[in-house]
Design a protein around this ligand. Structure first.
Ligand code: NAG
Ligand code: NAG
Ligand code: NAG
Ligand code: NAG
Ligand code: NAG
Ligand code: ZN
Length: 505
């Protein structure tokens, strides 16, 4: 069959205005204006009608953004590690910190709290031992007696004794801190020349802090401190991806998964008592995607049980870890179909599309997540390359959890103006902004990621309406019931109105 060079019929491409003015020799400026308005109305927040006060604040933000974009050192174009100090000094960032942002729907349990707190608080508690692995990473354990040595690690040393011996304790503390995060003051592109290198460091940092955060007293305080950091950043709600690992006591005894979940519930209640404007936390139980089918089956069965026993706090289930080196979701389709086969509710919140391996099995994870009825997609960085998955996500209202800084630091995109979510925001695709592992990246809360989204891929076109819709999306696409969402939205709206009236000039 000959190749057809025929264009699509005129009717298909013919916009009403275009047709009306067709035939004029020079483009009609009114037509142009109408098309620009049409496009603006299609973007995230494009349908939101701003109040007078909101319009004044929007004008202020617009002016600030114009100034920021003229800088030679435009932060979203730079690596976050280098941009952080500039962002902190930005007046837009300071406004975003004060802005009630709603919920953070994609945050991991052991990367929610600053590592400075971990070192200055947790490692200063009594009975804290440390050892140094063959690859110069640290491990910790709290124990009432000298613990048994770990393979490939130096003998355990009581940190108290080590601190008494070293010349400069600040230096020691700084070196411990840099073991617990991937943030670095040095040139990030030299320190992390490849995705493999940064993922290895990421997983080492995770192993380094595990012994600290799984000690029961630290576990509680770490979570409480994390809530404090998010609340201070004007985040009112969290959906926390949690591994629910074995938590231990000083005598070596351990607690089961249900205890850990109950502890989250208990500490959350205590936090709300002390901060009544915090709405709550729900838990997405996670397991590392490197596990085999039998471990995953056991974990899914446990997740179904927890979902039944703790419906208030359990939101659902997810697989974590680097997608590129793990099994694709499709490999686990039978295990992940167990709940629906047994008629049991277990909502999914799959990480998918956190990859640039286009065309591989892993690259199909977004479509497969949708076929497995995922409630949201974690990242969805690769969604633009999958028009069918993108269409389904839009049609089913399955929101993407976009984590700008994470995607940049983990080397999927260099200049955040080029993040795929820029295009998605312009067509109001369902999405929320989140921070993934703020403590690992040297950020905190949600404001840094909001800054990158608003100033970086939002460009000059994103408005206060876009920010408002992002906050509302974080409630609309949460796992809360409709009734809870209405309560949360009312609580958010009161704080929003206060924020607008205090900052509109
Ligand atoms: C760590 O924080 C907890 C909870 O805020 C506090 O009670 C404790 O005194 C702190 N410990 C140290 C060693 O700073
Ligand atoms: C200890 O090290 C820190 C960080 O390198 C440095 O700022 C400080 O001056 C040092 N203190 C002493 C007493 O040498
Ligand atoms: C981790 O801490 C150890 C002990 O203080 C130090 O020797 C090492 O350089 C640190 N590693 C990193 C990556 O900071
Ligand atoms: C699955 O992994 C677990 C834990 O690593 C291991 O004990 C078990 O033998 C593995 N099962 C199979 C079938 O490989
Ligand atoms: C997904 O939803 C469809 C339609 O409700 C249902 O037929 C299918 O069994 C579900 N699959 C899974 C794995 O939940
Ligand atoms: Zn994640």
């Amino acid at each position: 069959m000959p190749v057809s060079l025929q264009r699509p019929p005129a009717a298909v491409v013919c916009l009403l205005l275009y047709c009306l003015t067709y035939g004029l020799s020079s483009p009609d400026p009114r037509q142009r204006e109408a098309l620009i308005k049409l496009e603006a109305s299609m973007q995230l927040g494009g349908q939101i009608v701003l109040t007078d006060a909101e319009q004044r604040l929007d004008a202020l933000l617009f002016k600030m953004k114009q100034e920021e974009m003229m800088r030679a050192d435009f932060p979203p174009a730079m690596h976050f590690f280098k941009a952080r100090a500039l962002i902190r000094a930005s007046p837009i960032f300071r406004l975003l910190q004060k802005m009630p942002k709603g919920g953070a729907l994609h945050v991991h349990d052991f990367a929610m709290t600053s590592v400075e707190w971990l070192v200055k608080n947790a490692t200063y508690r009594p009975h804290c031992y440390m050892c140094l692995t063959d690859s110069q990473s640290v491990r910790f354990i709290f124990s009432s007696q000298q613990p048994k040595a770990l393979p490939q690690c130096s003998p355990w040393t009581l940190l108290e004794n080590l601190r008494a011996k070293v010349v400069n304790v600040t230096e020691l503390d700084n070196s411990i801190m840099s073991n617990l995060t991937i943030f670095t003051d040095q040139d990030p592109e030299t320190v992390y020349p490849s995705q493999d290198k940064i993922w290895t460091t990421f997983e080492q940092a995770f192993l380094a802090l595990l012994g600290l955060v799984t000690y029961a007293p630290v576990f509680r305080d770490y979570y409480y401190q994390g809530l404090t950091e998010f609340h201070t950043d004007n985040v009112m709600y969290l959906e926390l991806r949690a591994l629910l690992p074995e938590i231990y006591e000083l005598d070596g005894s351990t607690h089961d998964t249900a205890w850990t979940l109950k502890t989250y519930q208990h500490v959350t209640r205590q936090f709300i008592t002390e901060h009544p404007d915090f709405f709550g936390t729900r838990i997405i139980f996670t397991v590392h995607r490197a596990v085999n089918t039998s471990v995953l089956t056991r974990t899914v069965e446990e997740a179904m049980k927890l979902q039944r026993d703790f419906p208030d706090i359990m939101a659902g289930f997810d697989l974590v870890g680097r997608e590129d080196s793990g099994k694709p979701l499709w490999y686990f389709k039978d295990v992940l179909s167990l709940p629906v086969e047994r008629g049991v509710t277990l909502p999914f919140f799959f990480h998918a599309g956190e990859t640039d391996l286009e065309g591989t099995e892993v690259d199909q994870n977004m479509l497969d997540a949708l076929l497995l009825n995922t409630s949201r997609i974690g990242h969805g960085f690769a969604l633009l390359r999958h028009p069918v998955a993108k269409g389904l996500s839009r049609k089913k209202g399955v929101a993407l959890e976009v984590c700008p800084i994470s995607n940049q630091v983990m080397m999927l995109v260099k200049d955040l103006r080029n993040h795929p979510a820029a295009a998605l925001m312009l067509e109001n695709h369902p999405l929320v902004i989140s921070s993934d592992d703020p403590a690992m990246f040297g950020s905190s809360g949600l404001s840094y990621d909001f800054y990158e989204a608003f100033v970086g891929f939002g460009g000059i076109r994103s408005t206060l309406g876009s920010l408002k819709e992002l906050a509302i999306n974080s409630i609309r696409y949460s796992s809360l019931t409709l009734k809870q969402q209405q309560t949360a939205l009312a609580l958010w709206q009161r704080r929003w109105d206060k924020f607008v009236s205090e900052n509109a000039v």
